[in-house]
Write a protein that binds this ligand. Structure first.
Ligand code: ADP
Length: 212
């Protein structure tokens, strides 16, 4: 963790002035069960806002493909649908959020995934001198989730793994909805609509102009 924070402060030193001068930096957390369409929406909105889309699932899969130490440690958790230990996730995210492109805002997809990650994210943002993020919660009926995931899922997704990931979401991640609601920074989105309609509804609720 020492190295991570050193990285953060170096990056901060380089960019502190421009960041303080910028208003309206978008820091968004996309919350929702697997299959809710978070990844699709995060990719679209990130491109529209010109901020990075940071997906912990993608970062972990790429670490596994590259056989890094993180990837080797994380692999069994991904294969069983369990959460990767918080310490590994925080090391990965501490490093990623301290990168230059993350200083002007981001969309987090797949993180935080439990209460202790949300609290660790708060501490990390405090260290980075960044304000609280806004959470966007995707609501989709469970039957649609399983159907969607089986239809468009990665080749490693089978129904048992999907069900386990949904259970883990219910147990570990849903408490975050209240965590951000109590802080009055949660937006609820109906994820059952078409991707275009969901994008419009997110923009409307975040008071973002519709792109021309
Ligand atoms: P989804 O299909 O839900 O978008 P992800 O690609 O976000 O799934 O995540 C796939 C797997 O990666 C999870 O089942 C979990 O094992 C691991 N993972 C991703 N993000 C986290 C996190 N923040 N904490 C712990 N494990 C994570």
């Amino acid at each position: 963790m020492g190295l991570i924070f050193l990285g953060a402060s170096e990056a901060q030193k380089r960019t502190q002035a421009p960041i303080l001068a910028q208003g309206n930096i978008m820091r968004l957390i996309f919350l929702g069960p697997p299959g809710a369409g978070k990844g699709t929406q995060a990719a679209i909105l990130a491109q529209e806002l010109n901020i990075p889309h940071i997906s912990t699932g993608d970062l972990l899969r790429s670490a596994i493909a590259q056989k890094t130490a993180l990837g080797i440690l994380a692999q069994a958790y991904l294969e069983s649908g369990e959460l990767v230990p918080d310490a590994l996730i925080m090391a990965m995210m501490g490093k990623r959020l301290a990168e230059f492109d993350a200083l002007g805002g981001w969309i987090l997809d797949g993180f935080p995934r439990n209460l202790s990650q949300a609290q660790a994210l708060d501490r990390l943002l405090q260290i980075l001198g960044q304000s609280h993020p806004q959470a966007v919660n995707f609501n989709v009926a469970t039957e649609s989730l399983i159907a969607r995931m089986l239809q468009q899922g990665r080749k490693d997704d089978n129904e048992n793994l999907i069900r386990r990931r949904l259970e883990v979401y219910q147990e570990k991640t849903t408490p975050l909805i209240n965590f951000y609601k109590q802080r009055r920074c949660l937006i609820d989105i109906d994820g059952n609509l078409t991707p275009e309609a969901v994008n419009q509804s997110i923009r409307a609720k975040l008071s973002l102009a519709v792109p021309v």
